[in-house]
Write a protein that binds this ligand. Structure first.
Ligand SMILES: NC(=O)c1ccc[n+]([C@@H]2O[C@H](COP(=O)([O-])OP(=O)(O)OC[C@H]3O[C@@H](n4cnc5c(N)ncnc54)[C@H](OP(=O)(O)O)[C@@H]3O)[C@@H](O)[C@H]2O)c1
Length: 255
């Protein structure tokens, strides 16, 4: 029987690459993003059946309607991937950045919760299913200039860990994928060099493999996993010294 997979943030980057790879492997997909026209174009490219949902993951009612529609047409999904996310530099001293701060936390954290919520009870009853969150190496330590993004991904990681433990007795996997740098629209404008940056198609294959293996937590690529472990262990004073010298993501000028 075909795998049924729901993916948010499917109109671009990692989500789009996941959609293409899963579809090539015969999965039936539910694809989510705000830009309907981009999803429609993607649907034409995919070899297998897919349902598209133009919605904002911050809208819980829209997420619930999507879940009901997908279940009605296809059945309960096997895998739900909360990949939609946004990233901008933020500085607390600027009043205008507070809106960006809220958008980032809302989309990256609550957008994930909103997407999972309609499926948790149903997965528990079925005693099967996988929830996947896409966090980031940026969530391991506080990154200067990216305070909102870093905080959102750190919070997301802790949320995923709590959910994983809550659901473990129901045979439900919660998988936390923490990418380093991946080639996508999100990283295209970064005005600094990005070590070990990975092609998006390769990243999608690695993510799908990790989901198949039901990994609890994985950093990709492996070089970033080594760096992530070191980041985690560094004493505060050394982290501060290093991070002060790290390049910074530009602020979002218009909200
Ligand atoms: N690229 C990296 O190096 C990297 C590293 C670590 C983690 N990540 C994480 O990986 C995920 C995917 O990133 P990416 O690099 O593929 O970025 P991307 O190319 O910018 O794609 C982001 C996707 O999220 C969707 N999205 C954003 N806000 C949304 C909302 N409110 N509701 C529904 N969809 C929304 C966008 O679609 P619409 O605009 O059409 O809504 C788009 O499809 C993100 O969570 C990101 O934080 C990326």
């Amino acid at each position: 029987m075909s795998l049924k997979v729901i993916i948010s943030g499917a109109s671009s980057g990692i989500g789009k690459a996941l959609a293409k790879e899963y579809s090539k492997n015969g999965a039936i997909l539910g694809l989510i993003s705000r830009r309907k026209n981009v999803l429609q174009e993607l649907k034409k490219e995919l070899p297998n059946s897919c349902f598209i949902y133009a919605l904002d993951v911050n809208d819980i009612k829209a997420c619930q309607s999507m879940a009901n529609d997908f279940i009605m047409h296809v059945g309960l999904p096997d895998i739900v991937i909360a990949n939609a996310g946004i990233s901008h530099g933020t500085l607390t001293e600027y009043y205008d950045d507070l809106t960006t701060f809220q958008q980032i936390i809302k989309t990256n954290l609550f957008g994930t919760v909103n997407l999972f919520q309609p499926f948790v009870g149903l997965f528990k009853s079925r005693k099967k299913g996988s929830f996947v969150g896409i966090s980031s190496v940026a969530g391991i330590r506080g990154l200067p200039g990216a305070s909102a993004y870093s905080a959102s991904k750190s919070a997301l990681s802790n949320y995923l860990e709590a959910l994983r433990i809550e659901l473990s007795e129901f045979n439900i996997s919660v998988i936390n994928i923490a990418p380093g740098y991946i080639e996508s629209a999100m990283t295209a404008a970064n005005p600094y060099s990005m070590p070990f940056i990975m092609k998006v198609d390769k990243a999608a294959k690695k993510i799908i493999h990790a989901i198949y293996l039901k990994k609890k937590f994985i950093i990709i690529p492996w070089q970033m996993a080594v760096i992530g472990k070191i980041m985690h262990m560094l004493p505060v004073s050394i982290w501060d010294w290093l991070a002060k010298r790290s390049p910074r993501k530009p602020r979002k000028i218009e909200n």
